[in-house]
Structure formats: C-alpha cells, structure tokens
Design a protein around this ligand. Sequence first.
Ligand code: ADE
Length: 263
Amino acid sequence: MAIDAEAGPVAGPVAIISAVHEELRALLPELRDPARVRLAGREFHSGQIHGHPVVLVLSGIGKVAAATTAALLIHAFKASALVFTGVAGGLKHGVRVGDVVVAQRLLQHDMDASPLFPRFEVPLTGRALFEADVALVEALAGAAQRCLGRAEALIGAARLAGFGIERAVLHQGLVISGDRFVASEVHSSELRAALPQALAVEMEGAAVAQVCADFGTRFAVLRTISDRADDSAHVDFQRFIAEVASAYTHAIIDDWLRSSAQL
Ligand code: ADE
C-alpha cells in the first residue's frame, strides 16, 4: 500500500532564500528570537521579522543548490511560501543595471530534451513555464517600487552614479535560469533570440519554481540587475552585490514584511 506523505497546506514560516552571503548578512540582524539549524551543509535561521515567522537561508549558486534548499524548506521547515532574492543579468532592451525584476513566470533556458520533448519543456511535466504566486508578486512589486523611489537615500547618490544608475525601474515578467553565468554578448544574444520575452537571466529561480510546483507551494523571485549578461558582466559584480543589491534586498524584504498583515 502506498502512503501519501504529502502534508497538504500548512501555515508555516515564510522562507527567504539568498543566493549570496551579503544578502543574508543584511537580513540576519532583523531576525527576532533567532534559532539556527544545520542541515545538508546549510544553516537555516528561524525567527520573526515584523511579527511574521520566517526562515532565512543561503542556497548557494545554481539550480541543484536552489532545488535542494527549496525542498528542505518545504519538507523539513514546513515553509508556506518561498521568496528567492539575488542578482540577475539584464537581457531585454531597457532592463538596466540597478533595476529590479520581480518574476511573474520562470523557465530553465538550459533545459533541452529535444527531439523527445520541445526545447525548454521540463520532461514529463508538459510545461516550460512556471508561474509565481500572483499575490506575492504584487506585494513584492509594491515594496520594490517604494524602495526604488528612495534609492538615493538607501544607496547614496555618488554610489549610484558610480555604477551608472540614473533612474532605477521595476520590471515584471519572464525570468530565465540556467547553470551558467552568462558573460558574453554572443550568449546573451542567443538567449534574446530564443526567448525574446525574457527580462533577465540568473541561475536558481526556475529550479525553485519547479520544486514549488511539485509541492504546491507559493513562491516569488526578486532580482536586482547587476550586469547586462555581456562581456563585462563580471566587472564590478562583487562590489555591486555588496554596495547596491544587498541594500535593495534588505529594504524591499523589510518593507514587504512590515506592510503585510498576512503573508
Ligand atoms: N546573475 C547575475 N548576473 C548573471 C548573469 N550574467 N548570468 C547568470 N546569472 C547571473
């Protein structure tokens, strides 16, 4: 006899997954009543932020690291929703360094089991696109919009100017993920040609999306654009995360949790 181990809907903590240390480090001081659990080489930090039960964790980089983290958060920590934060390379025209993207849907750009299945389709699921939770997207987009409106106060005018950021914009739409840092005009042009709607490229979001689809868990992906996925994508990358992206993420997550009565 098969036993169905799926627990059904739970009102567990909201998980906030960071791709890089700097972002997690910016959020940790906000945590009230912190408790730490080590599992599968990761430290999971539980507590509350603005009265909401949360669990914070560093996923590591790439789709497998993100999928492992997402599955643990849902199964071991009973997370009711997952929010992934990090940086991404801008792909579509007009998606610039310093902009913020909230994914409405995600796709794995390196998934290709053709000719057995259409390119990009996750075999045996019948789908290539995975939709983020509409209410979470809306709430995060609202928080991002408010934070971008005070970018100068958050980051500093000189620092923004140093990265060539004039007026940061919020975008919502398709984000694509793959196990490759896209750092050439040739590769980013190929992706633009194959997926013209793609706003940005990163390395984890669509993996989290697929795991959340398996479990029926709500999720969202929030990304600051650190580069244009071209030949200079690696230049200033770490400095951008430390000086801009982690401040944005901190401000947006803080605003979102503070302004949400219910998650
Ligand atoms: N994350 C930030 N920039 C990226 C890029 N150019 N490619 C993949 N992931 C990224």
